[in-house]
Design a protein around this ligand. Structure first.
Ligand SMILES: [Zn+2]
Length: 244
């Protein structure tokens, strides 16, 4: 789920046309680490609400030699997370003992779920290395690309069951296509009006809808069970919604 969406606003909060934009901007500001914003937030924003560097702004407001050194600093900031990941991986790999597993998932199941950072499907589903395919996107939606992965999972790697897992407090409940299209236009000057970002307003119905999409797909065999559930980010509990 869009990472800026840390909470579910009450219904009246999402009705204003700029509410989500404001939420996203505030959340992005909260995420910015102290010290990272070394040259002023106006230089770190590619537009209101964006944390991408705006190199055009530099070109118009700063001498060239300064621009190049600021850009170098920016690149260092932008790769800092990569460095952290590489350092963490060294630690991980130093005790890694799960090499040599076969490619087909041992438990022959594919799980389609949301990218929300609070979800650790391997943990809340009791999965070990090599057990299952976990396909993630914003909302855990049965998009064309999710179907693409499921087809490969089933036809080439032997999975024979699908579980769709959406979750409480999902950011997909907090915006509409129109709002996000407007934000993209405001931030990037790009037209995304032909995109469907697949937000939803009813959590349980969204699970049913995605299960139905998969159940109705000619690319997914009828004898493959498709289940749907909701994960509660507060309790860690999984609640079944449907089996088809
Ligand atoms: Zn989500």
């Amino acid at each position: 789920m869009p990472t800026g969406l840390a909470r579910s606003p009450a219904k009246d909060e999402v009705s204003g046309p700029h509410r989500v934009t404001d939420d996203l901007t505030a959340a992005a500001a909260r995420r910015t680490r102290p010290g990272a914003d070394f040259c002023g937030s106006q230089h770190l924003t590619g537009g209101r609400g964006s944390r991408l560097p705006n190199r055009t702004a530099h070109a118009h407001s700063l001498p060239m030699y300064y621009c190049s050194s600021v850009n170098r600093l920016m690149e260092e900031v932008l790769v800092a997370k990569f460095d952290e990941v590489v350092a963490a991986n060294k630690q991980f790999a130093s005790s890694f003992a799960k090499g040599g597993l076969p490619m087909p998932p041992a438990r022959a199941v594919a799980i389609l779920t949301c990218m929300d950072a609070r979800l650790h499907p391997e943990q809340f589903c009791g999965l070990d290395f090599g057990d299952a395919h976990v396909i993630r996107n914003a909302g855990g939606r049965a998009s064309d690309d999710a179907v693409r992965s499921l087809v490969i999972s089933q036809r080439l790697l032997g999975t024979d069951e699908i579980i769709v897992i959406h979750h409480t407090d999902c950011g997909m409940l907090t915006f509409s296509n129109e709002q996000l299209v407007a934000k993209i236009n405001e931030d990037l000057g790009s037209d995304a009006s032909n995109w469907d970002f697949l937000p939803f307003s009813d959590l349980e119905q969204s699970v049913v809808d995605d299960v139905n999409i998969l159940r109705g797909s000619s690319l997914i065999p009828n004898d493959i069970p498709v289940g749907g559930a909701i994960y509660d980010v507060e309790s860690g509990k999984l609640q079944e919604v449907t089996r088809k």
